[in-house]
Design a protein around this ligand. Structure first.
Ligand code: DGP
Length: 114
């Protein structure tokens, strides 16, 4: 756990969040500033700053994030479509330095992003 990391605090239950699902190595919870009717963050429980910091050892966890996204999309009936995205680094728009994937759905999403 990284000191002063809000997502690490959510992962260990020190900070409350609206949890959607959880297993041994990942947790998913509602984004505090939703940009769509369904806006869920899926994160590894262990502290990884961003996608550029993953290693081969993380491949199982990364796969489980994809599977969780598909399960959550089904749970929230996002049958018309959804988006799974990770912002990486300053120019990628990352504001919280703990790897996270945004699952967005429930409205028409535009492309390209701003
Ligand atoms: P990003 O810009 O990709 O780093 O997205 C970070 C997201 O994290 C942003 O949409 C807001 C969300 N967020 C930040 N702090 C908290 C928090 O304490 N609780 C929850 N649930 N979400 C948070």
């Amino acid at each position: 756990m990284a000191q002063d990391c809000v997502f690490c605090k959510i992962a260990v239950g020190e900070l409350s969040a609206q949890v959607e699902m959880e297993n041994e190595d990942i947790i998913a919870f509602r984004d505090i500033h939703p940009e769509a009717p369904v806006h869920i963050l899926i994160i590894p429980k262990k502290h990884i700053a961003s996608l550029v910091d993953v290693t081969d050892k993380d491949s199982g966890m990364l796969g489980r994030i994809q599977l969780a996204a598909a399960e959550l999309a089904e749970k929230h009936k996002l049958d018309r479509g959804f988006r799974l995205v990770t912002n990486c680094g300053h120019e990628g728009g990352q504001t919280v330095e703990h790897l996270h994937y945004h699952l967005l759905g429930g409205r028409q999403l535009t492309w390209p992003p701003g």
